[in-house]
Design a protein around this ligand. Sequence first.
Ligand code: CTP
Ligand code: CA
Length: 225
Amino acid sequence: ESFFEQDLPLAGKKALVTAGPTYEAIDPVRFIGNHSSGKMGFAIAEELKNLGAHVTLISGPTHLAASKGIDVIKVTSADDMLNACTDKFNESAIVVMSAAVADYTPKTIATQKIKKAEQEFSIELKKTVDILATLGQKKSSKQTLVGFALETNNELENAKAKLLKKNLDFIVLNSLQDQGAGFATDTNKVTILSKGGDTNYFELKNKQEVAKDICSLVVEHQKSV
Ligand code: CTP
Ligand code: CA
């Protein structure tokens, strides 16, 4: 690593990273969420910072703290995250979307706490906006856009379809079938597919090391744009 900050490979570049879950409100006291810890996204933000980038981290609710020098924007819902990402997208050379964004949100948020019913109860849901796909549509050739894919079956095929459909440069495939990989753990086993057609298989390792693997591909890509 270089002593001089200006010699770092991502010096002078802005990076945007999303992390954590989103919470979709049902009523004033309840929400729909998921088990994302945010660890993967925070590790990527740290690594991009170490490589010299100016990092903005847009995070859903987590228990994590980012280190000094990372700009953190805290959000709650998928809609909040979309707005924050849209604001920062154009100025960002690098965008890594590791948040576990809810695919659905309640159609309406009850203004009062919902009382329990006699028997069944259901909530009507509507789809959220796909943030990554929205950014992919606006992407310029100078930007590096990285998405994640969580799959349990037809993993490579599904991940490749997401890469193409969302106009990404890389997709990080995360398999829940692998022991020690996934949501609330400290380790991850990933396969990274690139737009150019490369498939990189990685060993099970801690999320800091996975972040390094992802970010070195990002550095290479930025050199080529
Ligand atoms: N994503 C997003 N906005 C959403 C949903 C997902 O930006 N509303 C992003 C995630 O951050 C991730 C990528 O899309 O980088 C893939 O998420 P994933 O849940 O694996 O795929 P989906 O496209 O949501 O499809 P599905 O859940 O049906 O597999
Ligand atoms: Ca999803």
